[in-house]
Design a protein around this ligand. Structure first.
Ligand code: MLT
Length: 207
């Protein structure tokens, strides 16, 4: 997959996996990584699906309706890519923290729905429920931040609540942050995600 890898400070274990929104690319979320953890390694990936010239991480049938077969295929593709990148670049596979926005948050959530411990933690900005009606893996203690907009027309509040419920039921430690806004990624939300990261991820050694 097209990507950027930036090696961080030697003393840090964390690698931030950046996943852009529809129509974005691997450059979009680089400033976020600088805000959340300027010491971390960064693996920023471009989605492999082209929707009328817009990059995405998986196909959709219409707005908010996902192509499940492609979602499963692309989730595995990303999962395998993270494994391969960890070998190539020598980062710790067990310390990968996803930071995703919109379509990127949805594929990060899909990793959590389909694999056991695919990530050390996840910051999901404006995510939706990736799949329904499947058994989900154990997520005991997994730190997840969800940033949501009360007036988000693309990720309506019911989706956010359902995602929160699914993850919490599997044992994830979810921090849900609402802003009075729509689908855009706000500075306030990123600041809260940064605080969450400092208290739940970089300051805590899971081993
Ligand atoms: C999706 O298709 O993943 C969601 O609708 C969010 C987006 O528009 O990218």
């Amino acid at each position: 997959m097209h990507h950027i890898y930036k090696r961080g400070d030697e003393r840090t274990k964390e690698t931030l996996l950046l996943l852009h929104g529809t129509g974005g690319d691997e450059n979009d979320l680089l400033p976020l990584a600088d805000m959340i953890d300027p010491m971390a390694n960064v693996l920023s990936v471009r989605g492999n699906v082209d929707e009328n010239g817009m990059n995405r991480f998986f196909r959709r049938l219409s707005e908010g309706v996902f192509d499940e077969e492609d979602l499963i295929f692309r989730t595995k593709e990303l999962y395998d890519f993270i494994d391969e990148a960890s070998v190539k670049y020598g980062f710790d596979r067990s310390h990968v923290v996803a930071v995703g926005y919109s379509n990127g948050a949805n594929i990060a959530a899909s990793l959590l729905y389909h694999y056991e411990r695919p990530l050390r933690a996840a910051a999901l900005h404006h995510p939706m429920v990736p799949r329904s009606g499947i058994d989900l893996p154990d997520m005991s203690g997994l730190p997840v931040f969800i940033g949501a907009g009360e007036n988000d027309p693309i990720c309506p509040p019911e989706q956010t609540e359902k995602l929160n419920k699914d993850l919490t039921k599997q044992g994830a430690a979810v921090e849900l942050f609402w802003e009075q806004q729509g689908h855009q990624l706000s500075r306030g939300e990123v600041d809260r995600a940064t605080l969450w990261y400092k208290s739940e991820v970089s300051g805590v050694d899971p081993s």
